[in-house]
Structure formats: structure tokens, C-alpha cells
Design a protein around this ligand. Structure first.
Ligand SMILES: [Zn+2]
Length: 137
């Protein structure tokens, strides 16, 4: 198998030059300077809830869940984006930025976060989806 570079001379797609403008979870406005954060307390609570859930549903390869059990599945810790003045800074993992990041930078953040042992207890994927499609489309 070979990888063919895109035609047009550049090996970097232009999309990497585009910026992701976060939307503030406090006021709903675009963020030019701010931070994204997830609370340590929420990560710990989500991790405990998942451990409890796994213990209660351990057993076979196939686990059949009732609708009630589905509804009771543990929620991951939620990431939020804030303006510096809108955010509560409640203690947690915070990533500040002075300008909207490029998509390449967001991908680098994502890879960095995926290496953390607490990453699976957070909602980074759904958070990015909300940020990319704030209208829900
Ligand atoms: Zn705000």
C-alpha cells in the first residue's frame, strides 16, 4: 500500500489552517481568548460510577440491558469552554488559549488527552461535536 500525497503541491490540507472558534458555555458567544476545562471532581465521580457499573454488569460477553439500566448508565465528566471572565475555574484540567486554535492544534490536544488515564471518563468527543455543530446539526 502506498500513500499518495494530495495534488496541488502542498502535503498539508488547507483545513489544518482553519480555526476552531469555541463557543462559551457561559454566555454563548464565540471565544477569542479563554479556556476549555473539565473538573477533577467530575472525573473522579465519573470514574467511580463507571467502576460500580462495570462491577454490577460483569459476567458474560453479552450483557443485555433494560431500558432503565440504559438510562442509569454513568455520565462522563463534562468538558466546557469558557471566556476567561465567564468560567468558574473550579479546579481541574484547564487548557488556556489566547486565540482560536487551528484544527491541527485541536487534534494534537486530542492525542495528548487520549494518553491520559482519565480520558475515557470524560466527554471530549461529544464536547467537540457540540463545539463543531452548536446548532445540533
Ligand atoms: Zn462567555
Amino acid at each position: 500500500m502506498s500513500i499518495v500525497p494530495p495534488k496541488g503541491g502542498s502535503h498539508h490540507p488547507t483545513a489544518t489552517q482553519d480555526l476552531l472558534t469555541w463557543t462559551c458555555d457561559g454566555c454563548g458567544d464565540p471565544i477569542l481568548s479563554g479556556f476549555v476545562a473539565v473538573r477533577y471532581a467530575d472525573i473522579e465521580a465519573a470514574g467511580r460510577a463507571q467502576t460500580d457499573w462495570d462491577r454490577r454488569h460483569a459476567g458474560g460477553l453479552v450483557v443485555v440491558l433494560t431500558r432503565g439500566e440504559m438510562a442509569a448508565m454513568p455520565e462522563p465528566a463534562q468538558w466546557h469552554a469558557w471566556h476567561d471572565d465567564c468560567g468558574p475555574h473550579p479546579g481541574g484540567n484547564e487548557y488556556s488559549f489566547g486565540q482560536p486554535p487551528t484544527f491541527e492544534a485541536v487534534l494534537s490536544w486530542t492525542v495528548h488527552l487520549m494518553e491520559k488515564n482519565w480520558f475515557a471518563a470524560t466527554d471530549w468527543g461529544p464536547f467537540l461535536r457540540r463545539q463543531l455543530h452548536p446548532q445540533g446539526c
